[in-house]
Design a protein. Structure first.
Length: 294
């Protein structure tokens, strides 16, 4: 991955209706979205020049904005076209797309009823979230002290920027201790997800995954469930307690960035990436390259 600052790159970003030079896509420091997290976003992958499940991502972006109480100026069709234009303008073959919408700087305060709703779309070359070596041997997770909140306290069905603060805290803490990522429990003490990916476990040939009732039902999560069922693999969505991890043989994460990434350990719990992990990695790669249907 390119390690230069994301503020200093060649290319173009789509901003409020037009493509502008990358370095000119700036906002004011008193933007409401920066101070009060009135911002929603998506993460999308480009494979062979095409954005995978673009319509589903766009629909979720619009719904996330609705949940946060604002309406995008653009239609879904206009957002889709802008996303494609951005990919083409930056000559992306395999990469990442980041649409983000936020309240602007017209009003400063908790209330911002008159603020403009801005939309930007950036795209850049981005390989797998984890290195091939880490992916093959499985990554190591640490149990986070931060928990996914109740839907009664925050809009958990939105992909809102504010929901990711505890993810950053959790991942930074895990990385500082030599782990790759963190596993988060929910407010009830049940297994929820990693900091930016959903989680699956394998026991007796079946997949077990937490019910997404206080975190996002990821687009990649749903894709992998469909792929598994097409293989005749049973998928069980249910509440999973941390102590159950002692009984699972395999574990993996799913997400737009993570794709399908095996896990070798979560704290003292050990897993061995096996046949189901390998099969779903292969099936997912073929799916995004349109070699098999999702």
């Amino acid at each position: 991955m390119d390690t230069s600052s994301f503020a200093d790159k060649d290319g173009y970003i789509w901003l409020n209706g037009k493509l502008v030079p990358w370095r000119d896509a700036n906002i004011h420091v008193l933007t409401h979205g920066l101070h009060y997290a009135s911002s929603v976003f998506e993460g999308e992958r480009v494979y062979d020049g095409e954005i995978f499940k673009l319509q589903e991502h766009t629909d979720r972006l619009i719904e996330s904005a609705r949940i946060l109480g604002f309406k995008l100026e653009q239609t879904a069709e206009e957002i889709n076209e802008a996303s494609r234009q951005t990919v083409i303008a930056n000559k992306i073959v395999d990469g990442y797309v980041r649409p983000v919408a936020w309240r602007g700087s017209e009003m400063m305060g908790v209330s911002a009823q008159s603020n403009r709703i801005n939309l930007a779309i950036a795209a850049w070359v981005w390989p797998s979230y984890f290195s091939p070596e880490a992916r093959m041997k499985g990554i190591r997770l640490k149990l986070s002290e931060w928990k996914r909140p109740s839907p009664e306290t925050i809009p958990t069905k939105s992909k809102a920027a504010g929901l990711y603060m505890i993810c950053t805290l959790s991942k930074h803490q895990a990385e500082s201790e030599g782990f790759d990522d963190a596993l988060m429990l929910d407010y009830r003490g049940r297994i929820a997800e990693a900091t930016g990916a959903n989680i699956f476990f394998v026991r007796d040939g079946a997949l077990h995954t937490p019910t997404p009732d206080c975190f996002l039902d990821g687009i990649t999560r749903r894709t992998v469930i469909d792929l598994a069922r097409a293989r005749g693999i049973e998928v069980i969505e249910r509440a999973i307690m941390p102590e159950e991890m002692a009984d699972f043989s395999e574990c993996f994460l799913t997400g737009t960035a993570a794709e399908v990434t095996p896990v070798s350990s979560i704290d003292s719990y050990q897993f061995t990436p096996g046949a189901i992990c390998a099969q779903l990695i292969k099936d997912y790669d073929q799916c995004v390259r349109r070699k098999i249907a999702a």
